[in-house]
Design a protein around this ligand. Structure first.
Ligand code: FPP
Length: 231
């Protein structure tokens, strides 16, 4: 089998990583952000698409200081890529419902997306305030609006045309979804897009996940047979 074009990752285990070290949850998320930075920079040039789950629609119900810590970490992460945009050739993208984010963070995200939209490197999509079911509902609403305005006929709705209403429009479905820390769930990540993805679970906690672990996942993926429901 070929290399996967699109790898998606559920970066789980930051909290447990921090607990083991008697550190705050936010220290765990900071270490997780660093692991992501290192990994994406090694992957760039080898893989075409990387999508990561940074903040789910359910994560708002975590303690307030953890939510604000994560939001400020995301803001710093985005800012770093804005500052480095001349040196860095990755295309930076965000998926999720941005309307609930603070205006300053939302503006930074839109600015970074615009700044890097023609970059030739790996396309990195960060899922922020993302939920697969929420994404589908938002897509249905947009499709309904187009039906009402007469620009979309109900007969023209099929899997391909519907996909273009999703946040991942223009990005192929993930070939491989990796989840760290041993949990065996998709947790509302890429619900539509994961239909035929290969799943891989790594027992390591996210801040400990390295490029070598990714290559191990890719090797296992390449040893599998994908039939997409056929013989
Ligand atoms: C799950 O670990 C992880 C998250 C809820 C957030 C993921 C965020 C990062 C890796 C860092 C921020 C990302 C960017 C792009 C700056 P958990 O806290 O649920 O871990 P636990 O299950 O061990 O408690």
């Amino acid at each position: 089998m070929n290399l996967p074009d699109h790898i998606a990752i559920i970066m789980d285990g930051n909290g447990r990583w921090a607990n083991k070290r008697f550190l705050s949850k936010n220290a765990g998320h900071k270490a997780g952000a660093e692991a992501l930075r290192k990994l994406s920079e090694r992957m760039n040039g080898q893989f075409k698409y990387l999508t990561v789950y940074a903040f789910s629609t359910e994560n708002w119900s975590r303690p307030q200081d953890e939510v604000s810590g994560l939001m400020s970490l995301l803001g710093d992460y985005i800012q770093q890529y804005i500052d480095d945009s001349k040196k860095n050739n990755m295309r930076m993208n965000v998926i999720g419902d941005l309307s609930r984010l603070e205006a300053r963070l939302r503006e930074k995200i839109l600015y970074l997306t615009e700044l890097t939209k023609n970059h030739p490197g790996m396309c990195v999509s960060i899922a922020i305030n993302y939920g697969g079911r929420d994404e589908i509902i938002r897509a249905v609403k947009r499709a309904c609006a187009d039906v009402l305005s007469g620009t979309l006929s109900p007969e023209a709705i099929n899997q391909q045309s519907f996909s273009s209403y999703l946040d991942t429009d223009g990005i192929p479905d993930p070939d491989l979804i990796i989840r760290t820390s041993g949990e065996m769930r998709l947790s509302n990540f890429l619900t539509w897009q994961s239909a035929y993805a290969e799943l891989y679970n790594c027992p390591k906690l996210w801040p400990d996940f390295t490029y070598d672990d990714l290559i191990e996942a890719v090797n296992i993926y390449m040893g599998r047979e994908r039939r997409f429901g056929k013989r």
